[in-house]
Design a binder for this molecule. Structure first.
Ligand code: UN1
Length: 498
């Protein structure tokens, strides 16, 4: 056991505790007795300080040429590469995911840095012909101002990078409010931004409890934009507050992602996809596969294969190289997953494997849940409709393609989706008819790449798409500029009609 890391807020280029001096701690979810870090329990006073630093820094940061802003972000990418292993170890310790996945989390941040940095030399607008002679018309992207970034614990490096990097390249200043469970990861990330030499106040970090610090940020009159990834319940509140206070808001919320396996699918491939999609990161991804929609001709065979594979999954600490599935993030989430198992049983689903909190040997010291397969699930059951965020997958039987699509779409959520079929016509029809922000053909529901838009429809989001070039639409305002070099007053809609 190592000594706990002492984490601080980062405001205006200075590391400091909360004004109240109160602290909280994060723990290793694989061993609840191990405190990973202590961090400040900030309040509205600290939020005020961070917002005024970010506001002040914005005045000059917006004027730094975009290619120069992008160079800082590029440097962050280089430093993330340098510290990749150290960061991955920390992610495994504080968040619990296996090391290979933790390295992937950092890699996603690195990819995002290099991709976003390239945008510094693009940030394209448009030139458009004017109705009038000797006049140019164009659109240019302008930054928004001070952005509050509220991020979850499941991708403690990648998700803050998705938000902060494009925001900075676009000329905004940012305040990160990370999830309490992964405060050390966020601190290390912001140390890297600081090492990259960003001017004071451009990037700020405020630790604390969502209902205190997150709320204060969302309500703050000097915050211009809130980018939030988290639960649909909290997202709805964030969205309502931003509506009331006239802030731009980007919401990335829950999913109830399904993988369809048709009768002509390559079953081995579909199995690999299902195991990775449902149990990877212990199901704690908003893109995780939580429904398997199986054609009745292959359901029995596929279920046998899945049971066989899932029952052999090795649970353990993320830091152990033999671990395939790590712990659930904390006691509250563990109990939430467990509660869904009670609900499943009450609703009449059959627990094929798993279904319990794992307590054997070392596992008893952490928050482990057995990989779980629920059979005889009907689309109306709560376990088929609500996001569980754990290693639990529900099997639903269908008899044809149309039924598969209807059941997949019968959800309030619409983030990721997948279909395994060898029929190209069906694949294209699925691509068109599935109601989700992301559709994979012959691939699992997880594994989005940073240079493509990420987000969902219905209650999953509010129409924005993170990552890819669409991230620029979140973090910029369009300005339309007319340049009249005729030397005369030219009246639109009037003089050019005569
Ligand atoms: C999330 O779970 O919030 O597509 C993000 C994926 C990852 C990102 C998941 N690249 O699974």
């Amino acid at each position: 056991m190592t000594t706990p890391l002492i984490c601080n807020n980062y405001i205006n280029g200075e590391w400091e505790g909360a004004a109240s001096a109160a602290t909280l701690e994060s723990r290793n979810p694989a061993n609840k007795h191990e405190v990973v870090a202590t961090f400040p329990r900030s309040t509205a006073t600290d939020v005020d300080a961070a917002v005024s630093a970010a506001r002040q820094a914005y005045r000059s940061w917006r004027l730094v040429p975009a290619p120069a802003r992008a160079e800082y972000v590029f440097r962050v990418g280089e430093l993330l590469s340098k510290y990749k292993e150290e960061l991955a170890q920390l992610i495994s310790r504080e968040m619990g995911k296996p090391l290979v996945e933790a390295r992937g989390d950092v890699q996603e941040g690195i990819d995002c840095a290099f991709y976003s940095a390239g945008e510094g030399r693009r940030l394209f607008g448009q030139t458009v012909p004017s109705e009038m002679p000797n006049k140019f018309a164009m659109t240019v992207r302008m930054p928004i101002g001070v952005c509050a970034l509220i991020t979850p614990w499941n991708f403690p490096i990648a998700i803050p990078c998705w938000k902060a990097m494009p925001a900075l390249v676009c000329g905004n200043t940012v305040i990160l409010k990370p999830a309490e469970d992964t405060s050390a990861c966020a601190t290390k990330l912001i140390e890297i931004f600081a090492e990259a030499g960003l001017p004071p106040g451009v990037v700020n970090l405020v630790h604390g409890v969502g209902e205190e610090v997150g709320k204060a940020l969302v309500e703050h009159p000097n915050v211009d934009l809130v980018s939030f990834t988290g639960s649909s319940e909290t997202g709805a509140e964030v969205g309502a507050t931003c509506g009331r206070t006239h802030k731009r808001v980007c919401l990335e919320m829950g999913g109830k992602n399904a993988q369809i396996v048709m009768e002509d699918a390559d079953l081995q491939l579909a199995l690999d996809g299902a195991v990775w999609g449902a149990f990877g990161t212990a199901g704690q991804r908003c893109t995780a596969t939580s429904r398997l929609i199986l054609h009745r001709d292959v359901k029995e065979k596929f279920t046998t294969m899945l049971k066989e594979r899932a029952s052999k999954i090795r649970l353990g600490a993320g830091s152990d190289p033999n671990t395939e599935v790590g712990p659930i993030i904390n006691e509250r989430q563990l109990q939430r997953v467990n509660k869904y198992l009670d609900i499943a049983r009450e609703e009449g689903a059959t627990v094929l494997i798993g279904g319990e909190i794992a307590r054997e040997g070392e596992l008893q010291h952490g928050y482990f849940f057995e990989p779980t397969i629920l059979d005889n699930v009907t689309p109306q059951m709560r376990v088929a409709r609500e996001e569980i965020f754990g290693p639990v997958v529900a099997l639903i039987e269908i008899s044809n393609f149309e039924e598969a699509i209807n059941i997949l779409n019968d959800s309030n959520y619409g983030l990721s989706s997948s279909i395994y079929t060898r029929d190209i016509n069906r694949a294209f029809a699925a691509m068109r008819d599935i109601e989700a922000g992301i559709t994979y053909i012959n691939g699992p529901t997880i594994g989005a790449e940073v240079h493509l838009p990420f987000g969902g429809v219905k209650h999953t989001g509010n129409g924005h798409r993170e990552a890819g070039t669409t991230a620029l639409d979140i973090f910029t305002e369009w300005k339309t500029v007319y340049v009249d070099f005729s030397g005369n007053l030219q009246r639109a809609q009037i003089d050019n009609r005569e």
